[in-house]
Design a protein around this ligand. Structure first.
Ligand code: ACM
Length: 555
């Protein structure tokens, strides 16, 4: 037995002895729901609980809980050397009693129930609850934590999560999940014990925009697949889901005023498969699902290039009035809306109006990249009109960095991918999202033997995806020009959720950390060990991830 393990057993013995006497958590006096808010679906805590720490088969083999293996790495972590044991009678208390906090408590309960088999009722609290429980509250939350920050205090008696805003509680819940053993992510009951190392964590993000993009145009992915991806990105505190809804090969959302965009323009995909599209109800369902995970959906309709699906669906959008055939190849740069025709702007206005009405988030992405078949002067006029239309529906325009060639509103956002054009956006006072293809494109192959993806921006091993910084990536772009970062996943070569997972994981957790954690604290040599500890977590979530040989994966 190593000295370390001996020490750990001692700690465990002491912390178990310090575990609170087994008491029935008192149901706090119910507070009156504010205003017309419906009372949350709270439950009664279980009667007469008797916490027990379930024996692990081979007991002493269970590794001690640590505060060492979180991704993204929190801003500040102080370990105090003990452990909190989550046991069967535990209750998740929330305060104040609002529907929103009840839903957050419920989210945590839903994540912890399958593996623990515990009831974990969610109950309104009035003040810190009795020992043995989890307490989620915005009462006394420090405004300096901002929208997404949180403070987590773990003692042998309780897990207390405090945030200024509900989004901070949701982010902090991901930390709690990561502090439990990887088996907590299993879909079926596992043997505990469910221990959390004691200490305090104070945490908040570096950048406001920490995104992932999924291209559903080249291949279509259904609502269930998108929801699974949203849950996986939420685990790493990503807060933007950019969905690339239209391209040459497919139009993926019903527009009621132009229905054939979806029914015909969405009827195929790269390689000639059947394609598909979201009804407006399905899109709204995705948006609401993301919103409940504090993720803003950013819908993209790529224009004026990348528009063959629309041009095939409506002949009048073509300058010659002739609809081209549907496109199932992977070439780009050949299509353009007819910027000389007024009907084009009727179309743009209708599409943006309908999507804006379905999208509560502030952003609408108009693409604007690789408009190689659009006259440069026409491109400028087109993007400026599109920007005004987006603004008229109360949204901020986002576009790929080529939009820096036009006069941008200060509220617009440019997305860097493969040039220095974003410098011109920053020079106009416009903020930039960093998605450098050579680092952040999730469709780049890991190495020459990766069967999926492309390599036009190089191979991007897990280390390459981690070893970059948004504030030093493009000269002339400094930290305050940068809204954040995003990892796009283009789907020409991807057909299944497994394909998505293989390309996104494990690079995406690295991007999530770059977006969240303080820059100075990051090093690959240290990160690869934390990532290694996430192998069993990803496996427990049945994620089909790339087992890079540069990471010493834990079994
Ligand atoms: C892009 O990759 N064309 C934005």
């Amino acid at each position: 037995m190593t000295l370390l393990r001996l020490l750990w057993l001692l700690v465990l013995a002491v912390s178990c002895r310090q575990a609170p006497p087994t008491q029935t958590p008192e149901r706090p006096a119910a507070t009156t729901p504010a205003g017309n808010q419906a009372a949350p679906p709270l439950q009664t805590p279980p009667e007469n609980p008797t916490p027990t720490i379930a024996a692990t088969p081979g007991g002493a083999q269970a590794p001690p809980p640590t505060l060492d293996n979180m991704i993204p790495q929190p801003v500040s972590v102080t370990a105090t050397g003990g452990a909190f044991a989550l046991t069967a009678p535990a209750t998740i208390f929330v305060e104040p009693e609002t529907e929103e906090l009840a839903a957050i408590g419920q989210y945590l309960a839903d994540r912890l129930r399958p593996a623990t088999g515990f009831a974990l009722p969610v109950v309104a609290a009035a003040g810190p609850p009795a020992p043995g429980n989890i307490y989620l509250t915005t009462v006394g939350g420090d405004p300096a934590l901002g929208e997404e920050g949180y403070e987590l205090t773990i003692t042998p008696e309780a897990i207390t999560l405090v945030a200024y805003r509900p989004a901070g509680l949701f982010r902090g819940i991901q930390t709690i999940r990561q502090l439990l053993s990887p088996a907590i992510e299993s879909a079926t009951a596992q043997t505990g014990p469910w221990l959390v190392a004691t200490g305090t964590i104070r945490d908040y993000p570096r950048f406001a925009w920490r995104g992932m993009m999924l291209d559903v145009a080249r291949h279509f992915f259904g609502v269930a697949e998108v929801k699974r991806l949203i849950d996986l990105i939420a685990y790493y505190k990503i807060n933007r889901f950019h969905i690339h809804l239209a391209d040459d090969q497919g139009w993926r959302i019903m527009i009621n005023s132009w229905p054939e965009l979806a029914t015909y323009g969405g009827s195929t995909a790269v390689g000639g498969g059947p394609g598909g599209y979201y009804t407006q109800e399905e899109y709204a369902e995705i948006v609401a699902y993301a919103q409940s995970r504090y993720i803003v959906v950013v819908p993209e309709i790529d224009m004026p290039g990348h528009t063959n699906a629309a041009l095939a669906a409506y002949a009048e959008l073509n300058c010659d009035g002739v609809a081209p055939p549907l496109h199932t190849g992977i070439e780009t740069g050949f299509s353009s809306l007819c910027t000389d025709k007024e009907i084009t702007f009727t179309f743009v206005n209708d599409v943006i109006r309908e999507i804006a009405a379905l999208t509560p988030g502030p952003y609408l992405h108009i693409g604007g990249d690789e408009a190689l078949a659009t006259n440069p002067g026409d491109y400028v006029q087109f993007v400026e009109r599109a920007q005004a239309i987006v603004q008229s529906y109360g949204k901020q325009m986002v576009g790929w960095e080529e939009i820096a060639q036009v006069n941008l509103l200060p509220s617009s956002v440019a997305q860097h991918w493969n040039s220095t054009l974003a410098q011109a956006a920053a020079a106009q006072g416009v903020q930039v999202i960093m998605s450098p293809a050579s680092r952040a494109y999730l469709d780049m192959k890991y190495n020459s033997s990766t069967s999926l993806g492309f390599s036009w921006a190089g191979y991007v091993e897990v280390e390459d995806a981690y070893n970059w910084d948004p504030a030093t990536q493009v000269s002339g772009l400094a930290e305050n020009d940068i809204l954040g970062l995003e990892a796009p996943l283009w789907s020409e070569t991807l057909q299944t959720i497994d394909d998505i997972e293989f390309m996104a994981f494990p690079r995406l957790p690295g991007h999530a950390e770059i977006g969240w954690s303080p820059a100075g604290a990051r090093s690959w040599d240290e990160y690869r060990l934390r990532l290694a500890a996430h192998g069993p977590r990803l496996a427990a979530m049945a994620v089909d991830f790339y087992q890079s040989p540069s990471v010493p994966w834990q079994p």
